[in-house]
Design a binder for this molecule. Structure first.
Ligand SMILES: Cc1ncc(COP(=O)(O)O)c(C=O)c1O
Length: 476
C-alpha cells in the first residue's frame, strides 16, 4: 500500500476547486460578467444539448464566486496546487492551461537567457524549442540512442550527458525528455548525479509520466531522482481534461521559482477556465483515492495482459526494457512483421473500429489508460490475433511518407536569430541547401523535422511530403 493510500484512508480526499465550483453551481447569482454565454443561455442550443447545461453552468473563470485566482494563486486554486505538490512530491506545483507546452515555455522564458547553452535531447518536444526561441538560449544537441528496428528514438545515456558537460564549460542547464513518447525510460538518477557534479540544474520533461508517483510498478518520477523541475501532462494520462497540465518545482531545486511564476503569469490566459482547473484538482484527488489506485492497478494489469498475449503471437512484437533502459509498462509500442505502423493503424481503425494513440514508420503506440476496462483489452487482443493470423500486406503509397524524424540536425544559425530573420517561402525542392526559418514538428509526437537555423538536406524530404513550401532564411 502506498503512502498515498494510507493517508487517504484516514480522511476524505479533498478537492477544493471541485468543492468551490459545486458551491457556486448550487448558489447561483445574477451574472453580469464573462463568460457572456451566461450559463449556456447565449450559445447554440445544439451545443448546449451536446455538452450539457450543467457543464455550461460551471464554465466560469477565476475571481468570481469565491473560486480564487490563478495568478497569484489564491483561495481554492492555491489550496489545490498545494495538495497537488504534496501528492506529486514537489516543493511547489503550478497548474497549467495550454498544456505542458505552457510549462516548458515558462521554464525557458523564466530561467534561460540569450546565448546560454542548454543541453537537450534531439527528440525534445517542440515547446522546448519554442521556449528557447523566446529566450534566445541555444540548444546543444544530445543524440539519444536510435532503436532502428522500432523506428524510434531510445534512451539518453548518462555518459553522453557527462561527455557534453565536460567538453562545454559554459552549460546553463540540462533538459531531458523522459520517458520518450513511446515509453523508453532513461537513467535519470545517474543523469541527475552528473548534473549535480557539474552544478547544473536538470529539467525533466515528464509530459507522458504523470502516473509514476502513484503506482509501484511504474518507474520513479524525476522529482524523486534529483531533477529541479518537471512538467506533467495530466490531460494525457492522468485523467484531467484536455490542455490541463502541471509544472512542479522539486523540494531541493536550485531554480528560481519566482522567475518561473512570473513567466507563467505573462504566458497564461487572464481568463483561466475553472472547468480545466477543477479537472486538474479532480484528477489529483482521483489518483490519490482508492478508486484511482485501483484504476491505475487495472491499467498496469491490462498492459501486462496485452503484452503477455502479444508474446504468444507470431508476427506482432512489443517493445520491452533492455540493457540501459526501462520502459513504462502502460505504453505498449508494437510492430508487426511486414506492415508499417501506419498500415497496422489503419487496419485496426477501418476493420475493427479501434483508435490507437499514434503510429509511425515502424510501429504504433497503445496506451493502457486508467479509464480502460479489461473488456477493451480483450477486444484489442482478439483483433490483434486476427491480424497476426492473416496475410495483410502493405500499401506502398503509405510508405512514401516518413513519420518519425530521426535526424541529427546540422545547425547553421541560432534558433532565435533564424526564427526572427528576414524570411522567404520557397518550393520545397528548392529549399535543399537553405536554412530553415520555421519549426516543422507534426503532433504527435511534436518532435521537430526542421528547426530554425537548421540546414535543409535531402534527408528531410521524406518527412515533408505534405509540405509544398518551406520558410527559409532569406539570402543576403
Ligand atoms: C515530451 C512532450 N513534452 C511536452 C509536450 C506538450 O504537452 P501538451 O500537449 O500538454 O502541451 C508533449 C506533447 O505531446 C510531449 O510529447
Amino acid at each position: 500500500m502506498t503512502n498515498v493510500t494510507k493517508n487517504q484512508k484516514i480522511s476524505k480526499i479533498k478537492a477544493p476547486i471541485v468543492d468551490a465550483l459545486r458551491q457556486a453551481y448550487e448558489n447561483p447569482t445574477y451574472q453580469f460578467h464573462i463568460p457572456g454565454h451566461t450559463r449556456g443561455g447565449g450559445t447554440l442550443p445544439d451545443f448546449k444539448k451536446l455538452i450539457g447545461a450543467k457543464a455550461l453552468s460551471v464554465d466560469t473563470t477565476d475571481e468570481f464566486d469565491n473560486l480564487g485566482t490563478l495568478h497569484p494563486a489564491t483561495g481554492p486554486i492555491k489550496e489545490a496546487q498545494e495538495l497537488a505538490a504534496k501528492a506529486f512530491g514537489a516543493k511547489k506545483t503550478f497548474f497549467l492551461l495550454n498544456g505542458s507546452t505552457a510549462g516548458n515555455l515558462a521554464l525557458a522564458m523564466g530561467l534561460t537567457k540569450k546565448g546560454q547553452k542548454i543541453i537537450t535531447n534531439r527528440n525534445c518536444h517542440r515547446s522546448v524549442l519554442t521556449g528557447m526561441i523566446i529566450s534566445g538560449a541555444e540548444p546543444l544537441w544530445l543524440i539519444p540512442k536510435r532503436f532502428e528496428d522500432w523506428g524510434i528514438w531510445g534512451n539518453v545515456t548518462p555518459e553522453s550527458v557527462e561527455e557534453m558537460l565536460s567538453s562545454h564549460g559554459d552549460v546553463s542547464m540540462v533538459w531531458i525528455t523522459n520517458p520518450t513518447y513511446e515509453g523508453v525510460v532513461s537513467d535519470i538518477k545517474s543523469i541527475s548525479a552528473i548534473c549535480k557534479k557539474y552544478k547544473v540544474p536538470l529539467i525533466v520533461d515528464e509530459a507522458h509520466a504523470c502516473l509514476w508517483n502513484f503506482n509501484k510498478h511504474l518507474p520513479t518520477s524525476a522529482l524523486k531522482l534529483g531533477a529541479d523541475a518537471v512538467v506533467h501532462s495530466l490531460h494525457k494520462t492522468g485523467g484531467s481534461m484536455s490542455q490541463s497540465s502541471m509544472l512542479h518545482i522539486s523540494e531541493n531545486s536550485i531554480l528560481d521559482t519566482g522567475e518561473v511564476e512570473r513567466a507563467l503569469k505573462l504566458l497564461h490566459t487572464t481568463s483561466p477556465s475553472l472547468i480545466l482547473l477543477a479537472s486538474l484538482d479532480a484528477a489529483r484527488a482521483n489518483l490519490e483515492s482508492q478508486r484511482g489506485q485501483k484504476q491505475l492497478e487495472r491499467a498496469v494489469k491490462n498492459a501486462k495482459y496485452l503484452r503477455s498475449e502479444i508474446e504468444k503471437m507470431e508476427h506482432i512484437h512489443d517493445l520491452k526494457p533492455d540493457f540501459g533502459y526501462l520502459t513504462d509498462v502502460t505504453k505498449v509500442f508494437i510492430r508487426a512483421d511486414g506492415l508499417s505502423g501506419k498500415r497496422l493503424e489503419s487496419i485496426l481503425e477501418i476493420e475493427f473500429g479501434i483508435e490507437v494513440e499514434s503510429a509511425s514508420d515502424a510501429g504504433l503506440l497503445i496506451l493502457s489508460n486508467i479509464g480502460n476496462t479489461r473488456q477493451d483489452f480483450q477486444y484489442l487482443v482478439k483483433c490483434l490475433q486476427k491480424i497476426d493470423q492473416s496475410n495483410y500486406s502493405d500499401i506502398c503509397y503509405l510508405e512514401n511518407k516518413k513519420h518519425m524524424p530521426m535526424l541529427a540536425p546540422i545547425i547553421k544559425k541560432s534558433l532565435r536569430e533564424a526564427y526572427f530573420s528576414e524570411k522567404e517561402t520557397i518550393p520545397k525542392d528548392l529549399a535543399i541547401g537553405r536554412i530553415s526559418a520555421e519549426v516543422i514538428a507534426e503532433c504527435p509526437p511534436g518532435i521537430s523535422v526542421l528547426l530554425p537555423g537548421e540546414l535543409i538536406t535531402e534527408e528531410h524530404l521524406p518527412y515533408l511530403t505534405e509540405y509544398d513550401f518551406i520558410e527559409v532564411v532569406k539570402n543576403k
